[in-house]
Design a protein around this ligand. Structure first.
Ligand SMILES: [Zn+2]
Length: 407
């Protein structure tokens, strides 16, 4: 089978499976396992995947589930997108395996948002439907390190690395240095690991406005990595909001260089966006997963965090964004089979365009529709036209666009 036909068939199958799950909203959603059962499972990865698919199936009008890449052992690094707002929030958990109580917390936060959306309810006085339809979009990655979590729960409770024995939260490009011992391992180079590469590419693709990573334990908040001036003021305001929401303490900015090359460090230093590490699970260090009996406290401390972050973001004055580079970065998601190549032209499902760029303005729809094609009545948009509409003009002559077409 030629490569083009293979891609085509893959895209068709992908499309059919995605759209066949469009169903009438179930009034009462039931799940195959409770959060406690997922936490105590011997296959947290599979059960988390299952729960994300259940969210996606039952709330298909507001969610979009995709894989940002594969782990060392080829597990999916799943991300669920919730909402259609233009401001983007990324919340992840379980860089460190034994800290995977954060996975359960993020699943709970997802469920809370979806239930409030569906019932037209409020969280913290905020109408969730208005928030998700018009203001923000959440991206949750509950399991950054699925291989490590599987190793942890199957006989190595203190496990801290990925399957390559690298500490993923010391593998980002922010004052990275090489150090490999039995207890401390930053990898052979920054972004040497598929998991950190996937997180990096996701961040570059989606261009988040704020990010948050859950770790354990300590009941503390890391927020500083060398910000100055307005950026420091902006990020301290978030940090104080998180402090009052959770009751956790802020880690002092002094000596911030004593721990480097974490996810938050990279977001702050390289992306120049507000980013936070929350250490949940009690004022202590841990050498094995947090006991389930702590969970209720963790939930009560963190249930408002997503909406509070969204509110803070909506009140933020200044944003970092360089829309001219959007499509270069986004090509990474395009490579995952969402592109159709037909007669030498490339197309992307309109649904996926919305995922990547936000809602297409009515004024541009006409031009896009002229070059769109329909497969099973589903519109696919011509990439070149899309680039033009996004002001990434001059088509194939533009090196940025060429990158997309040739990658
Ligand atoms: Zn950690």
């Amino acid at each position: 089978m030629s490569k083009r036909i293979k891609i085509f068939l893959f895209a068709i199958i992908y499309t059919l499976t995605t759209f066949s799950t469009f169903s009438v909203q179930a009034s009462k959603v039931t799940y195959s396992k409770t959060l406690e059962q997922i936490y105590k499972s011997k296959d947290v990865y599979t059960d988390t995947q299952k729960r994300l698919k259940e969210f996606n199936k039952n709330y298909s009008n507001i969610t979009y589930l995709f894989s940002a890449g594969k782990s060392v052992q080829k597990r999916d690094l799943s991300v669920i997108k919730i909402g259609n707002g233009s401001k983007k929030i990324f919340i992840n958990a379980a860089h460190h395996p034994r800290e995977y109580i954060g996975t359960i917390l993020t699943l709970n936060q997802i469920q809370n948002l979806l239930e409030a959306y569906t019932s037209n309810g409020t969280i913290d006085g905020q109408k969730v439907r208005n928030l998700l339809d018009n203001q923000v979009t959440f991206y949750f990655m509950p399991l950054v390190n699925p291989d490590g979590v599987q190793i942890c729960i199957n006989g190595s409770p203190s496990y801290y690395f990925n399957a390559n024995k690298v500490d993923l939260n010391h593998n980002y490009d922010a004052l990275w240095f090489k150090k490999i011992t039995s207890t401390y391992s930053t990898g052979t180079k920054a972004f040497s690991e598929p998991e950190t590469q996937a997180v990096r590419d996701l961040c570059l693709n989606i261009e988040f406005d704020v990010t948050l990573a859950y770790h354990a334990a300590g009941d503390i908040i890391y927020w500083y990595f060398g910000q100055e001036g307005a950026d420091k003021t902006r990020d301290l305001a978030y940090a104080n909001m998180l402090k009052s929401t959770t009751g956790y303490s802020l880690v002092s900015p002094a000596n911030y260089k004593s721990s480097t090359s974490g996810f938050k460090d990279w977001c702050v230093q390289k992306l120049k966006i507000p980013s936070f590490t929350l250490e949940i699970g009690g004022k202590r260090g841990i050498t094995k997963p947090v006991e389930w009996s702590y969970y209720n406290t963790i939930w009560n401390q963190n249930k408002l965090v997503p909406v509070r972050i969204a509110k803070q973001l909506m009140s933020q004055k200044k944003f970092i964004s360089d829309k001219n580079t959007t499509l270069i970065y986004k090509s990474n998601l395009f490579r995952q089979g969402q592109i159709l190549s037909i007669n030498g032209k490339q197309y992307i499902a309109e649904k996926d365009v919305t995922l990547l760029t936000g809602i297409i303005p009515e004024s541009q729809k006409e031009e896009l529709n002229e070059t769109a094609i329909y497969i099973n009545k589903i519109p696919y948009i011509n990439l070149e036209t899309l680039a033009k509409c996004l002001n990434l003009t001059s088509g194939l002559k533009n090196p940025q666009i060429r990158f997309i077409f040739h990658k």
